[in-house]
Design a protein around this ligand. Structure first.
Ligand code: 5CA
Length: 448
């Protein structure tokens, strides 16, 4: 991608409304633009990150055996009257009336709708178990939308729903999502710790929040340090097999959010040197709530004895748009973002220090073509801006590698390669740059 074609409205000044790093950097790096309280337009750079996160979430859902679908954003109020949540949900729900005076709403979540869908199509225990998910925009009229995409009103969520015949099988589905989440966040370079959590308006009695530790996080959390080192399930994990040992391994150590915290238990079960009391960002939340929706909404299947029973259900959310902010909180410095390879908007930036100079242009164009041919996603700064401005902009948007080429380098036959994560620089021969960088990118994307 040529920067002269791209749309990258970076800001020099720090926006005053932004209180945390990720909000500031997303605005400054031209990733998004606020269009209303808690409502953001995703500009091309931010959109690329959002898509990468979405794709990792999708791949790990698919691996765990969940099946993708897409439900609408607008729902009928009557559906929510069936579950009793239409009134209970309160002011967080954005209520709309259509031209016929019918009450509608912008979905804050989809338990009711998915229950309506499966009750029409599932008849017998033989139709179970099933795991369905979608990745769709939600709207919650939060009292205090803030911190940019971290607590928005319109936000992108992956929500999965499980359907099982009995409690035991329901818990197996829960375990699948538990294991899939560990992999999902690890692939993005994040350490998300499953913690005991309250179930709030979704309901049920079995629930874990997946939390990444960050000083700017909204929740106070308490956990055992050993959870951070715990290895996550590998690629070849059999998701149809027994995953209980994985769940047991993680839940054996103390980890709880503020609301569920028990200081006495914490002190009793975790040695002092292993205690972490910190702040965290909730990037996922899973629930098993049995028949909370299937019973009132009459989503039933016949058992082997021919008797109808309500389906056992769970729901499993990932904050896809919140993760863009969460990742920046985890990976940035004073100069800007420092994207991990798995979610970076481009793998590398190519900086032409003297656009318009025939020889420099020629060297850059050649490397640009070679990188693209090798499948490297490259943002080519072919603008006439001054070097200082180009360097600052590249640091701000935080691509993992910067390839810098100027007239002096062309003469000596070298490009400078800078690694954004630690600032390390090295000279690479111009004709070796593309293969060198494509090998670095390939190696960084290997994940078991
Ligand atoms: N139906 C269930 C799970 S599918 C559900 O809605 N769970 S939730 O309320 O916990 O939301 C799931 C995830 O969405 C959260 O873990 C969080 O990462 C994200 N999320 C929730 N509210 C917001 C918000 N206002 N802004 C950004 N992300 C949010």
């Amino acid at each position: 991608m040529r920067l002269t074609k791209f749309y990258l409205p970076v800001m020099k000044e720090t926006p005053s409304e932004a209180q945390i790093a990720s909000h500031r950097l997303m605005l400054r790096a031209g990733m998004m633009r606020q269009e209303g309280a808690g409502i953001y337009a995703w500009l091309p750079l931010g959109f690329r990150v959002l898509k990468k996160i979405e794709q990792i979430v999708r791949e790990e859902q698919d691996r765990a055996g969940a099946v993708e679908m897409l439900m609408p954003t607008i729902q009928q109020a009557d559906l929510w009257r069936e579950s009793g949540r239409y009134d209970a949900y309160g002011k967080e729900m954005l209520r709309i009336e259509d031209r016929g005076g019918r009450e509608m709403l912008f979905g804050p979540t989809n338990e009711e709708m998915i229950t309506e869908i499966v009750r029409a199509g599932m008849r017998s225990y033989k139709d179970l178990p099933k795991l369905l998910y979608h990745i769709q925009w939600k709207f919650r009229d939060e009292v205090r939308p803030r911190f940019g995409v971290m607590c928005g009103r319109e936000f992108l969520m992956k929500d999965a729903y499980s359907f099982d015949f009995d409690d035991e099988s329901g818990r197996r589905s829960y375990n699948k999502m538990f294991a899939a989440y560990l992999r999902t966040f690890e692939r993005m370079g994040l350490k998300a710790i499953p913690m005991r959590a309250e179930t709030g308006p979704i309901g049920g009695d079995l629930s874990h929040e997946f939390i990444i530790l960050a000083d700017t996080g909204e929740s106070a959390v308490f956990c055992d340090k050993r959870l951070i080192e715990m290895p996550v399930p590998q690629k070849d994990t059999d998701f149809d097999g027994d995953l209980q040992s994985i769940v047991d391994q993680f839940t054996a150590h103390y980890a709880a959010t503020d609301e569920m915290h028990d200081e006495a238990e914490f002190e009793k079960t975790v040695e002092e040197e292993n205690r972490i009391a910190a702040r965290g960002i909730e990037v996922g939340h899973i629930f098993f709530f049995g028949t909370k929706y299937s019973k009132p909404m009459k989503a039933m299947v016949a058992g082997s004895d021919g008797k109808d029973v309500p389906i056992q259900m769970g729901s499993y959310g990932v904050g896809v748009s919140r993760l863009v902010g969460g990742l920046i909180e985890a990976f940035h410095d004073d100069d800007g973002c420092k994207w991990p390879m798995a979610v970076t908007p481009f793998h590398a930036g190519l900086v032409n220090l003297k656009a318009g100079d025939a020889e420099t242009d020629e060297a850059c164009e050649k490397i640009y073509r070679e990188l693209e041919a090798a499948g490297v996603e490259v943002l080519y700064d072919d603008t006439p801006a001054r070097p200082g401005e180009k360097f600052a902009r590249m640091d701000l948007i935080g691509l993992p590698y910067q390839i810098v080429i100027g007239p002096r380098g062309v003469k000596s036959g070298n490009a400078e390669l800078k690694r954004r994560s630690d600032g390390e620089r090295e000279d690479i021969a111009l004709d070796a740059v593309a293969s060198h960088v494509s090998a670095l990118v390939r190696d960084a994307l290997v994940y078991d």
